[in-house]
Ligand binder design. Structure first.
Ligand code: ASP
Ligand code: MG
Length: 495
């Protein structure tokens, strides 16, 4: 919950957007953008020539009816290669040159297939300019043996610049006028490198005027941005969704489409529940709960700027474009089933702090969580029974050893005094979370969930329900994951 709140305050705080222009200008913009659709293509949807071709076909069809702004990610895997190249160069390890050649090969391969005639050479030359810039930065990084956060952001964004350039040129070459736009011109942020905060009041007018001036389809780089002084920043990993949200917000888009490689938000992971259903419509709150819990179809913060303006977000499948997908709306949705979906978070560790001395003793919970906070350990779930005999919480497996260590150090005095009798760690757990707007105020759902788990002989280690009542989470052993998800899905969806 705290993450959600942080996210919302991050995006909404500065966002009393004051239009410097007159009302007439505003309504002209609205009219002009009435059917503006922001279409975002993720890394898997634009990872090869074939995929780019399919994506452009989808773009072209939509552009026949409506105005379109395109946002695309880097080819899948390229961002990772870019990020690690900075780390390699920093160590004076020359193998960063191999990374450049590998990326060059991928871009060239796509260009070879997508373009013909003189376009081939000219698009390759365009890509070479980006690659040269990348190489020069890496030489600098290697010389100073330091990849600063500022350099890292500049490097990380090269993939979006290359790919959107190719997409724009490809649309052009196939008769659809398109213009490549480097988002650093229009999305302005603070200098929190790696996950910069957007300055909406500066960015919105820039976005509006730049996009309005484009003749053809604007093809905008996802993920990247810059400070008001023009220093490159990024919006955080998977930030292209957020780019789409920002553009949708600024352009008063009628919808945002997130094109990916799944049919939409599913009622459960289809690798576990073969007959999992696509959820046709879902509230942003439910979508957010699902995203945080591992059903990652969308970067959750995308939703904040769109939500504020009531812009719906559609999750669509590039490989199955005619499927309806999932519509995410900002209002509660009434579903036919009492729950909306089941999400799993893997690699969880449960830590239990026990001791009869804790009963009625104020301040212990505060000390537990401040010990964790000091080590920057993220607490995923908390549960304490009213007997107060134990407090348990879940964190990721990666942080478990650190968490146990923090507790043993900071709570040493309670351990010595036997106020706390022990700290146990249970590794190899997962969180199974049942999510749904319909669960609010409707009795019997928790009962059904736990009877389904009981019938499947799944032992529940800890339970938590947020007071929002949109989420009931249970921690179970990882070995029981499949049985648990299948049983709960069957109970509520019949399949
Ligand atoms: N390419 C960036 C990343 O992989 C941004 C994105 O794909 O959304 O994080
Ligand atoms: Mg992505």
């Amino acid at each position: 919950m705290s993450i959600i709140r942080r996210l919302f305050s991050r995006n909404l705080k500065s966002e009393k957007i004051i239009f410097s222009d007159t009302n007439i200008e505003e309504s002209r913009q609205k009219r002009y953008n009435r059917f503006m659709i922001v279409m975002k293509f993720g890394g898997t949807s634009v990872k090869t020539a074939d995929r780019i071709r399919e994506a452009c076909e989808i773009i072209r069809k939509t552009a026949q009816e409506d105005r379109v702004t395109v946002v695309a990610s880097a080819m899948k895997g390229v961002t990772e290669a870019l990020i690690s190249s900075g780390k390699t160069a920093e160590k004076r390890d020359e193998s960063y040159r191999m990374a450049i050649e590998e990326v060059r090969n991928r871009q060239y391969e796509a260009i070879e297939e997508l373009f013909s005639g003189s376009d081939k050479a000219s698009v390759k030359a365009g890509i070479d300019t980006f690659l040269q810039e990348w190489e020069e930065i890496l030489i600098g990084v290697s010389l100073v043996k330091n990849c600063s956060p500022r350099s890292a952001d500049l490097i990380a964004g090269m993939g979006e610049r290359m790919n959107n350039y190719i997409i724009a040129r490809y649309l052009e070459s196939t008769g659809t006028p398109a213009v490549y736009i480097d988002a650093r011109e229009i999305i302005k942020t603070d200098d929190n490198y790696g996950a910069a905060n957007v300055l909406f009041d500066v960015s919105v007018p820039l976005i509006r005027s730049r996009i309005a001036a484009v003749k053809g389809i604007p093809v905008v780089t996802g993920f990247i941005s810059s400070t008001v002084n023009g220093i490159s920043t990024t919006l955080g990993r998977n930030g292209s969704d957020y780019t789409a949200g920002i553009l949708g917000h600024a352009l008063d888009a009628s919808r945002i489409e997130i094109w990916t490689d799944v049919d939409g938000v599913m009622s459960a992971d289809p690798r576990i529940v073969e007959k999992a259903l696509v959820i046709p419509e879902i509230s942003s709150f439910e979508a957010m709960e699902l995203s945080y819990l591992g059903a990652q179809v969308i970067h959750p913060s995308t939703m904040a700027p769109a939500l504020e303006k009531g812009i719906p977000i559609f999750i669509k499948n590039t490989m199955n474009p005619t499927a309806a997908g999932t519509k995410i709306v900002c209002t509660p949705v009434l579903h036919e089933t009492p729950i909306t979906g089941i999400a799993v978070m893997n690699d969880i560790c449960l830590i239990n702090i026990e001791g009869s001395g804790m009963i009625g003793k104020p301040g212990i919970a505060a000390e537990v969580f401040s010990a964790l906070a000091k080590r920057k350990i993220n607490v995923i779930m908390i549960s304490q029974c009213s007997s107060e005999h134990s407090i348990c919480f879940a964190c990721s497996r990666k942080e478990a050893a650190d968490a146990a260590d923090a507790l043993k150090c900071d709570l040493a005095k309670y351990l010595e005094q036997r106020i706390i009798s022990g700290i146990q760690t249970t590794a190899d757990c997962v969180t199974v979370a049942v999510i749904g707007e319909n669960m609010i105020g409707s009795p019997g759902i928790a009962g059904k969930i736990f009877s389904a788990l009981g019938d499947a002989s799944v032992n529940v280690l800890a339970i938590a329900q947020g007071s929002s009542e949109r989420n009931v989470s249970a921690i179970i052993s990882a070995a029981d994951k499949e049985a648990a998800v299948k049983a709960v899905h069957k109970k509520f969806f019949g399949v």
